[in-house]
Design a binder for this molecule. Structure first.
Ligand code: AOF
Ligand code: ZN
Length: 347
């Protein structure tokens, strides 16, 4: 194997390790491995969430002695700042590491610059090994860090003809049990779920993340209700199974600013169609998760209403990441096409 192939294999291991850390919370999922001078893995680490040591520090701590000529392979550029923890660039220098290989560059205002600090200390730095894979894995956090707003996933379940309810307003159950299990599992990986006040009044949803047996996942996202109408007393969303926040505004920018300030990295917009349409109209959706059920509902209860598209050239084009059968339904995961989606209108 060439050196490059070995760096890539080590980076793949670091990417796999990263996913052992929590997807929720302000910090990214980061993995690291330490290699000896023959480029064999001698230590591994991953980050376990804000306030705990960073991946490279965890990996270094596995070794009583750092051998000469060691290489650290990290999925994210080592940080250069003192945040909740000390700067990893300094920790790597102090440990006597000879070479640092990383995938994604750190875009943070304060935390970036690790590569320069390492080089200035005489350490060989190889940047952007498997960067595309790492950027994809870090997509939510990179969006949060660079756009200074939460990453927005819009989810809906609809009939094949794109209706989210029958004409009398009934909407339970469009998607099947497999789709519902999938969406509850995904709920447990986000920081907040958003709904409009209209949905709270009309559907009285609980918006917790539940396993198929009804029990709660250990992580419950913050439930955020957007809109000026009051939440009726006794609404399920006010139960004690998860925290709830009511933002009495219709201004989505204000909503995103407030959630960003709270460290909410990933929000999942659950509806109704009015709130969903506003996010789409303003090109604020980063990811679409659509459960299509094999039924037709007709009528005018569309999953989306006015999204500021009146003519074909304005169509919002998506690129499909993948589709998957889920029971009788079809799951579609998509993202906006760079040109039409993320995010020319956004400011
Ligand atoms: C992580 N884990 O393994 C690495 C990170 O407040 P702090 O001290 O936890 O710093 C968080 C920042 O550190 C984070 O936003 C990113 O810029 C950088 N690198 N963060 O949570 C890690 N390597
Ligand atoms: Zn760090």
């Amino acid at each position: 194997m060439t050196e490059n192939t070995k760096y890539q294999a080590a980076m793949q291991r670091a990417l796999d390790l990263a996913l052992l850390g929590p997807a929720t919370g302000v910090n990214p999922q980061v993995g690291a491995v330490i290699l000896d001078r023959d480029l064999n893995i001698i230590a591994e680490g991953w980050h376990m969430g804000a306030g705990t040591p960073h991946a490279e520090v965890v990996a270094l701590a596995q070794l009583a002695v750092i051998p000469d000529g060691a290489t650290a392979v990290v999925t994210l550029e080592p940080c250069n700042h003192t945040g909740r923890t000390g700067p990893c660039a300094q920790a790597l220098i102090a440990a006597g590491i000879s070479r640092v290989v990383f995938a994604s560059s750190d875009p943070g205002d304060a935390s970036s610059g690790g590569a320069q600090t390492l080089r200035a200390a005489g350490i060989e730095v190889i940047e952007n090994v498997m960067q595309a894979e790492a950027d994809e894995q870090l997509r939510v956090w990179l969006t949060f860090a660079t756009r200074k707003r939460p990453f927005v996933t819009l989810k809906w379940a609809s009939s094949l003809d794109g209706r989210a309810a029958a004409s009398d307003g009934t909407s339970q159950w469009i998607s099947g049990p497999e789709s519902r299990a999938d969406s509850h599992e995904l709920r447990s990986t986000v920081d907040a779920i958003l709904v409009g006040t209209g949905t709270v009044v009309a559907d009285n949803p609980t918006l917790t993340a539940r396993k198929p047996d009804g029990s709660l996942y250990p992580h419950q996202p913050l439930r955020v209700v957007v809109g000026d109408r009051a939440i009726p007393a006794g609404s399920n969303i006010l139960n004690d199974q998860a925290p709830t926040l009511h933002l009495q505004t219709r201004d989505l920018n204000q909503v995103l600013v407030e959630l960003y300030a709270m460290g909410i990295k990933h929000i999942w917009v659950e509806g109704g169609p009015q709130l969903a349409s506003q996010f789409v109209a303003h090109n604020l959706v980063d990811q679409f998760i659509i459960y299509l059920a094999p039924m037709l509902l007709g009528g005018n209860r569309n999953a989306l209403g006015d999204i500021a598209v009146t003519s074909m050239p304005q169509a919002k084009h998506l690129s499909i990441d993948y589709t998957m059968p889920l029971g009788d339904d079809i799951l579609i995961v998509a993202r906006p096409m760079p040109a039409s989606g993320a995010n020319p209108e956004e400011n």
